[in-house]
Design a protein around this ligand. Structure first.
Ligand SMILES: O=C(O)CCC(=O)C(=O)O
Ligand SMILES: [Fe+2]
Length: 301
């Protein structure tokens, strides 16, 4: 029997995080109702149908990848902000950062004829420079179609998140994230996985939304995929997640390129939407300054 666990839609974020920390992956079943699934499909499919296939064996020559989902689809914004997923992403990642951010939004359509994607750990996006003790990423693939072994369900190696980074999986250790449309595969940036081969006659469609530590570079540059002219229509919480907020006390401010003295030199990103400094002041300053004081050994003083 496989090790990949199937959890109910009412699982707590605490229980979900424990499974992801131990096994590196889990499936939550039946999260989306039929009507949200059909709204989702009608919003994304025009973009998916117009997307070209990948350029190499990793992106997949019979696979399409369609991004900018926050800007393009209200239903995808709901997925990104899903309470359980976002809550679990925050809980999983905040031991290593003060703020989390959206890292990637992408519809992955694996079409008939696509071979297996090479197995990998998503944290390799940062080139292997992040120490193994840090978990940089929390990932989802929402099943828009059913996922079966025949149509390209994600290959997963449960518990490989605990392995040394150079250990490879044998074929016997690979499981398949089979799930019905409306379920979601959750996995860490450290677990070995890859898209499956599609030997069926139909497309496998999933939405890969991922979250990362706020101090890392995003895979999909959200400032360009969802520029301020579009982001201004969204909630402050979603804008923060895109990266339009300070990532830490000194991370992410900007200086408007205006004439001498026309503007303050150091402005938090929220300012472009609200005309106010946002949350840069109190909460971040308090938490960071305490940590900085500790590091400087000033507690006693
Ligand atoms: O589509 C999938 O099932 C997984 C894709 C994936 O792991 C990737 O592109 O990094
Ligand atoms: Fe991946």
């Amino acid at each position: 029997m496989g090790q990949l666990k199937y959890l109910p839609a009412n699982v707590s974020k605490q229980a979900l995080c424990e499974v992801i920390a131990n096994d590196g992956a889990a499936i939550i079943e039946g999260v989306l109702e039929a009507d949200s699934l059909s709204a989702l499909k009608s919003e994304i499919m025009p973009y998916v149908d117009a997307t070209d296939v990948g350029r190499d064996d990793f992106t997949g020559r019979h696979t399409t990848r369609t991004g900018a989902l926050v800007a393009r689809s209200a239903a995808c914004r709901e997925l990104v902000m899903n309470d359980l997923i976002l809550g679990a992403a925050r809980q999983f990642l905040t031991p290593y950062c003060e703020r989390i951010q959206l890292h990637l939004t992408q519809v992955i359509r694996i079409m008939p004829g696509q071979e297996k994607q090479p197995l990998h750990r998503d944290r390799l996006a940062w080139g292997g420079f992040i120490p193994e003790t840090i978990e940089p990423q929390f990932n989802t693939i929402w099943a828009v179609s059913d996922f079966t072994q025949e149509n390209g369900a994600t290959q997963i190696v449960p518990r490989s998140n605990k392995w040394p980074s150079d250990r490879k999986a044998s074929s016997k250790q690979i499981e398949y994230a089979e799930m019905a449309a409306g379920s979601v595969l959750v996995y860490s940036g450290s677990v070995i996985h890859g898209g499956g081969a599609n030997v069926s006659g139909k497309d496998r469609i999933g939405i890969n939304n991922t979250y990362a530590l706020g101090w890392l570079r995003q895979e999909e540059n959200q400032y360009l995929s969802c520029p301020p002219s579009i982001a201004k229509h969204f909630t402050p919480e979603l804008r923060d997640l895109l990266g339009y907020t300070m990532g830490s006390y000194a991370l992410g401010y900007f200086t408007p390129p205006t004439g001498p003295g026309e503007n303050p030199e150091v402005i938090p990103p929220e300012f472009i939407f609200t005309g106010k400094a946002g949350s840069w002041g109190a909460d971040l300053y308090e938490s960071v300054s305490e940590r900085v004081r500790e590091q400087m050994g000033e507690e006693a003083g």
